[in-house]
Design a protein around this ligand. Structure first.
Ligand code: VG1
Ligand code: CO
Length: 543
């Protein structure tokens, strides 16, 4: 079969951010834009010749078009075997699982995760390495350089592969295998949590709702929760992946998953509520009448994971991204295990997991995961919660309150200022950096700055240093404010302000989050001059 070498014009804006290259669909639709980026990835992969590659995406608009291009380009670039999910679907955690299980050299994950989809929405392309996790910055920088100087791409001249039928076909010199997107993943889950115990929980009348937000986890949640574990039909809602997510914003937080929140805070709340995002790596956990912050969820899972078969021997350590609350650190200290603080983004956890330094990790942005794969894993977190609920036999909200009673409560909230003028946002961060030296000792309302810095991470495994990862302001009153700019947005800049305050007193664990954090929010506004420099008097989203 003929391999075409097609001249391309290089693109100078193909630098991956927190999690791959994310842009508006219309940007990806420019002639040769996708091909240019994929060729840059393939040129950067060491040892493509004869190797296995995994390709899958979250089913959003443009997914199938890019999958066909990627398949034909992979065949022209020497990969011997290409595994692709049926209908082009693979959740991000399932892609990580398939890469590892089938010893692939890596995988292309097509997703813009929690960003909206559709012709006016977002698209994304990410490369994951042989360990199953997102490529490190050394790799993505090399891809960016290559993409900026590309002369031609390679593609086989062939008809589209039928993605609807399982099984093998030839494409050029490669074999394409269309796989069941759920099978390998479900098998892995069964090795980590006690399926029988969770089935008994459902048989005993326990009820839950899983909202897939019309994104990729629908088929996974239906197959595992309803078909395998016996949850009643209808437990999983919005279960059909749609190219535009049915108009949902597939970001599992209290603002965007409002239907689930209404149910869980209403009179007919089931025992447990959960949701996942566009590509299935995030999770949201809601107990009846109580939203569980992802930071608390990480801490609670750390405290109880040993109850599940996959973690019976205990944990070696736990890591959290820097803006995630310090709740998990408190558990680690009590358990006598290591804890780590990494920059935002899953790629920083891979070395710690590979080296066996940690077993669990998580982020405030609804990401939780473990050493079973190298991505965060939405449905896994839900299953681990269910296994713990089945073992402890207490209501979910009780488990959270008991946790606060033992460790204290880290009140937590994130304020996002979206779609800011990029220059104004950079200016705000620069001014803030410029002020750091003068802040310690200054009072803002009743809070006094104890320490502040621009977070720099030194990877304990390979010694690499990643500077400028966000500004941390720690107050003497055991409160913290963190500022950083998003690396996944596709329009303007997004300022994220993370606020937290620790409360050890159990009689003060039922206060309104916004009230407890108001003094921290006020101090953060004053320190960073947010209103004046952004022209906004309130955040666009509070989660
Ligand atoms: C956001 C989150 C971060 C997460 C990243 C990818 O990044 O804050 O915690 O790892 O999205 O998640 P940023 O740079 O916009 O703050 V996913 O589910 O979008 O792959
Ligand atoms: Co995601």
């Amino acid at each position: 079969m003929a391999i075409n070498r097609v001249p391309t014009t290089p693109f100078s804006d193909q630098r991956p951010g927190t999690s791959g290259l994310r842009k508006k669909v219309t940007v990806f639709q420019q002639p040769r834009y996708v091909e240019n980026f994929i060729q840059a990835i393939f040129d950067t992969v060491d040892g493509a010749e004869g190797a296995t590659l995994v390709i899958g995406g979250d089913g959003r608009y443009f997914n199938e078009t890019v999958i066909q291009m990627a398949l034909k380009m992979a065949a022209a670039n020497g990969f011997a075997r290409i595994l692709v999910g049926r209908r082009g679907l693979l959740s991000t955690p399932a892609a990580s699982c398939v890469i590892r299980k089938h010893k692939a050299i890596g995988g292309l994950v097509l997703s813009a995760s929690h960003n909206p989809g559709g012709p006016d929405g977002d698209f994304g392309i990410k490369f994951n390495m042989a360990h199953g996790g997102p490529a490190p910055e050394s790799f993505t920088e090399a891809v960016f350089k290559r993409a900026s100087a590309m002369a031609e791409y390679r593609i086989v001249d062939a008809p589209d592969v039928d993605l609807g039928r399982l099984g093998e076909t030839r494409l050029g010199d490669a074999t394409v295998q269309v796989i069941d997107p759920v099978a390998d993943y479900a098998e892995l889950m069964e090795s980590l949590v006690d399926f029988q115990r969770i089935s008994e929980l459902f048989r005993s009348g326990f009820r839950m709702r899983f909202d897939a937000l019309s994104a990729v986890t629908g088929p996974y949640a239906k197959a595992i929760l309803e078909d395998r574990l016996g949850a009643p039909a209808g437990t999983v809602v919005n279960a059909e992946p749609k190219p535009d997510f049915g108009g949902h914003h597939p970001d599992p937080n209290p603002v965007h998953a409002h239907d689930l929140m209404d149910l869980m805070y209403g009179p007919d709340a089931p025992d447990f509520g959960a949701a996942s995002d566009g590509d299935g790596d995030r999770n949201m956990i809601v107990a009846p009448g109580l939203f569980v912050t992802p930071s608390d969820s990480l801490a609670i899972l750390t405290a109880h994971a040993h109850l599940a078969p996959g973690y019976q021997g205990g944990l070696t350590g736990v890591a959290r991204s820097m803006p995630t609350s310090r709740a998990a650190d408190r558990v680690a200290a009590k358990l006598g295990i290591r804890s780590y603080e990494t920059p935002t983004g899953w790629k920083f956890f891979a070395n710690l997991l590979d080296a066996g330094l940690i077993t669990l990790c998580g982020e405030e942005s609804a990401g939780t995961g473990s050493n079973h794969i190298r991505e965060k894993d939405g449905l896994w977190a839900v299953l681990l919660w269910l296994d713990i609920l089945a073992e402890i036999k207490k209501p979910a909200d009780q488990i959270v309150r008991d946790h606060w009673a033992s460790y204290g409560r880290d009140y937590y909230s994130r304020h996002d200022y979206e779609d800011l003028d990029t220059k104004a946002a950079n200016d705000l961060m620069d001014k803030l950096r410029g002020k750091l030296a003068t802040l310690p000792g200054q009072r803002f309302g009743d809070l006094t700055v104890e320490h502040c810095d621009d977070f720099s991470y030194t990877d304990p495994v390979d010694g690499s240093v990643t500077p400028r990862q966000g500004i941390r302001i720690l107050f003497k009153e055991d409160a913290r404010a963190v500022f950083r700019l998003s690396g996944t947005g596709t329009s303007g800049a997004t300022l994220r302000v993370y606020l937290e305050r620790f409360e050890p007193d159990v009689s003060r664990h039922d206060l309104a989050v916004a009230d407890v954090l108001a003094p921290v929010a006020n101090a953060a506004n004053e320190i960073a001059d947010i209103v004046r420099l952004t022209g906004r008097d309130a955040p666009s989203v509070i989660t």
